[in-house]
Design a protein. Structure first.
Length: 446
């Protein structure tokens, strides 16, 4: 059984010389406003030391003033640092015997609901693409934690696959608390459980940051009526009413237009629960593509482009956007406001959503297409743009029954639509230019 060692920061002057090269990590988990868990693996059993300091910008001449020392010789090193300050940056390094890591840093969770996180999944097999996605994620600023939707490795029993994973993700998991989901390729899950230090039973668990609750499930084990996991899930959902937003994460998608397609069992046994308790976002992987679906008030994001060989993806009635591409997703939370961008490794944005008052940002508007809308989905107003600003024909908006609900005039290639008196749902913006119709799907959340 793994030992979790919670330790208050203090200075020790003991030293034991031992071997123990650092093979994996350090990597972070179980982040709160005042604590974090740090884990690493060594090739031989050795002592455990972590040095850290609070605040500022690290300089080579700085010393990491606080040291935690555990003399017990182990190969799996893990301890929880407590007594930290909320919303603060800490610099740290781990040491075992004569080995030590570079200096890394992390942010503790803030007390207010203002933070950012990243989502991706299915990073197995293609190391070059996996590295490209991780490199792009490392360019993001202000990130608090990362969610991985599963299939971290091609074979859960393969020690070499796991070493490749830890090599590629070394800087990412040393900088941000990491919350992975069990995918089907992690089965058997012995190594997953051995490596990662996660809440509860480590297969399904939850955590809270600010006004957001995050729930991770394991769809490789039973979630049918009467199962322990389903009972636990319902109790977690019942307690989620205290938070503004609820995010649920599991590997097999409820709605997918990709190769694997939708998971019928998830639709039967999990979707009704999530709709009853008004879940806001669901993150999945499994299909190696990107798809943003919107069904009965829930946004379903399939993010399976973390490095695995890509699958083709189509569209369905629920699809807002889909693309077969390596990618990741950035979420920004600011109180009741949410913004996300789905990004390719080159930094280009392929899908986005704004809920609340972040506002429309010119830099986030799609480029080089004839008709576009932002934000989309939207909950108050949407900007509809035509790439040719000299176009002077109206934009017609139709509902799903084919009825025109409004005709908008363009000004410098743009029109703003605020459908205050219309019901939420799917609409279609259309424009005819030189005899060709251009259509963009709009999702009004109200």
């Amino acid at each position: 059984m793994k030992k979790i060692l919670p330790v208050l920061g203090c200075i020790f002057f003991l030293f034991v010389s031992a071997s123990g090269n650092i093979l994996k990590g350090p990597y972070l988990s179980c982040l709160t406003t005042t604590s974090i868990r740090i884990t690493y693996e060594t090739d031989d059993a050795s002592d455990t030391r972590i040095r850290y300091s609070h605040g500022g910008v690290y300089r080579r001449s700085d010393t990491l003033s606080t040291e935690i020392y555990i003399p017990e010789s182990v190969t799996h090193h893990t301890l929880e640092i407590t007594g930290l300050s909320p919303g603060s940056r800490y610099f740290y390094r781990v040491l075992s015997g004569d080995s030590f890591s570079p200096v890394d840093s992390f942010l503790t969770a803030p007390t207010e609901s203002r933070f950012s996180f990243l989502v991706f999944g299915d990073n197995r097999t293609d190391s070059v693409s996996h590295q490209a996605v991780v490199d792009a994620m490392m360019e993001e600023e202000g990130i608090l934690f990362v969610i991985n939707g599963g299939d971290l490795v091609a074979a859960g029993y393969s020690l070499s696959d796991w070493q490749t994973f830890f090599n590629i993700e070394r800087d990412l998991i040393a900088s941000y608390a990491y919350y992975p989901v069990l995918g089907n390729h992690e089965i058997p899950n012995n190594q997953f459980i051995n490596y990662f230090e996660l809440p509860s039973n480590e297969r399904y668990f939850s955590w809270v940051i600010g006004n957001c609750k995050f729930i991770i499930l394991n769809t490789n084990e039973s979630y049918l009526w009467g199962s322990s996991q389903r009972d636990w899930f319902e109790s977690e959902l019942a307690a989620s009413g205290a938070y503004d937003y609820t995010f649920v994460v599991f590997h097999h998608p409820a709605y997918s237009s990709g190769n694997h397609g939708s998971t019928v069992a998830v639709q039967l046994f999990l979707v009704p629960l999530m709709e009853d308790y008004a879940v806001d976002f669901v993150f999945n992987s499994h299909d190696h593509s990107y798809e943003h679906a919107y069904v009965n008030g829930i946004h379903y994001l399939v993010s399976g482009g973390g490095g695995a060989p890509l699958y083709s993806v189509g569209t369905s009635d629920w699809t807002i956007y889909s693309e077969s591409v390596h990618h990741y997703i950035r979420f920004d939370i600011d109180g009741e406001n949410i913004r996300f961008y789905a990004k390719r490794p080159d930094g280009s944005i392929m899908d986005s959503l704004v809920i609340g008052s972040f506002g429309i940002e010119e830099s986030a508007l799609p480029e080089e297409i004839s008709l576009s809308a932002y934000p989309n989905p939207f909950n108050s107003s949407v900007r509809i743009s035509v790439s040719d600003k000299d176009v002077n024909v109206p934009i017609d908006v139709f509902n799903i029954r084919g009825e025109r609900v409004v005709s908008l005039s363009l000004l410098d290639g743009e029109a703003i639509w605020a459908p205050d008196d219309l019901p939420a749902g799917v609409y279609f913006a259309t424009i005819k230019i030189d005899g060709q119709n251009f259509i963009d799907k709009l999702v009004y959340l109200k």
